[in-house]
Design a protein around this ligand. Structure first.
Ligand code: FAD
Length: 362
């Protein structure tokens, strides 16, 4: 694990993950109660608001260290990595709000599980008429429409929703993640992976978002710009999943002590290190086309590592409780989360270009 964090809060991350998260990993994939235990481990250590400004309790972890934290969690459990990142994103977004009263009421309680918040803004990526609409009314905004993805139902009592105003701006606000007047969530989706994180759709019908719960307004092209910044940042989960695949190969190599398994493990770990260095470069110094290529690289690398984990685990990989098939399924989610058309194209380009070749280059 190329963890270079030296923040005191995080020095024992690896041992906590080894001792408390690894034993729960299989159960956390399909059992929300086990996943709640995993989330509680992070809460107990105060790790749920790592980007929170010092003014509200910190630790305001620098970007790179935060990404390394995300890689480390995804290496042990995709479900936990995916669940906790929704809340960490909500905390980061809330930190940027000008609504001081809301920040003071909420942010100090976001590191230890007292206040847990999901997000629901991927609908802003969809072209055409907005899926979620907002209209100004006395006291706030009336919200109507459909949120196609909100992860954390049953874990997070509230979430940060985005809805589009008639002028194209988006209003973001805190709303309940529970059925109430004007809000109806679906049953948790049946998913190939990370089902325990309880992803739902949420329908709004005339819900009043009160002024005091407004986080901020964003211009019409906000999601496009945000996605441009996030092209490589989202790839860190894929890196963690790639390490999880590598771990399976390495453990098979240790078990069977076969040279080709050791060679494979070495090759994968070398490529993961190279890809890590590429993703850790300051995104602002890397042209967009290259950032897209790197995101495609990490997705492709993750898929190969996950597959290598299956292959090196032999027939046992097919058993319902084997980590190899869990990691393989997790790679499905990390292949498409925060996907844009450009990322989809870059990913598919890489897959097509690779067809028929016998080796892969970064
Ligand atoms: C298990 C799971 C949980 C998730 N949880 C959350 C969550 O908690 N909160 C959250 O905000 N999001 C969540 N997401 C959403 C997630 O990040 C989306 O997968 C991602 O935004 C891609 O959107 P989409 O899958 O809805 O696909 P699409 O709607 O197909 O969007 C993918 C890209 O294609 C483009 N596109 C779509 N249709 C067209 C078209 N007709 N013409 C041109 N371009 C088009 C879009 O603009 C976008 O750039 C979750 C996703 C998954 C799989």
């Amino acid at each position: 694990m190329s963890l270079v964090m030296n923040n005191l809060l995080l020095t024992d991350l690896k041992s906590v993950l080894e001792q408390e998260i690894r034993p729960l990993a299989q159960e956390m994939d399909h059992d929300p109660t086990a996943l709640a235990k995993g989330l509680a481990v992070l809460a107990k250590n105060g790790w749920l608001a790592l980007r929170r400004p010092r003014k509200f309790g910190g630790p305001a972890l620098p970007d790179l260290e935060f990404r390394q934290f995300q890689v480390a969690i995804a290496r042990y459990s995709g479900a936990l990595a995916f669940l906790q990142t929704q809340h960490q994103s909500a905390v980061s977004m809330l930190s940027k709000s000008k609504n001081s009263a809301l920040k003071e009421a909420v942010l100090p309680h976001t590191h230890n599980g007292e206040r847990l918040i999901g997000i629901g803004f991927s609908q802003l990526r969809r072209p055409g008429p907005p899926l979620m609409k907002a209209a100004a009314v006395p006291g706030g905004f009336r919200l109507d429409g459909h949120v196609p993805w909100v992860t954390g139902h049953g874990f997070y009592p509230e979430f940060l929703v985005a809805a589009v105003l008639p002028d194209g701006q988006a209003v973001f606000g805190l709303v309940p993640l529970a059925n109430t007047v004007g809000i109806k969530s679906s049953e948790p989706m049946k998913l190939a992976a990370m089902e325990a994180a309880q992803t739902v759709t949420v329908d709004f019908d005339g819900y009043l978002l009160s002024e005091k719960n407004i986080v901020f307004f964003q211009p019409p092209d906000w999601i496009v710009n945000n996605d441009l910044i996030n092209i490589s940042l989202q790839g860190f989960f894929a890196l963690g999943c790639a390490w999880a695949g590598y771990d399976l190969v390495q453990s098979a190599a240790n078990r069977r002590d076969t040279e080709f398994l050791h060679t494979t493990a070495r090759a994968l770990s070398k490529e993961i290190e190279l890809c890590t260095a590429a993703l850790e470069e300051d995104p602002e110094s890397v042209p967009m086309e290259e950032r897209l290529r790197r995101r495609a690289w990490v997705i492709d690398l993750m898929a190969r590592c996950a597959h290598a984990g299956v292959v090196s685990s032999s027939g046992a990989a097919n058993t319902a409780n084997h980590p190899a098939q869990r990691v393989y399924r997790e790679s499905i989610v990390f292949s498409v989360s925060a996907q844009t058309s450009a990322i989809m194209e870059a990913t598919l380009d890489r897959i097509v270009q690779r067809a028929g070749t016998t080796h892969v280059e970064g």
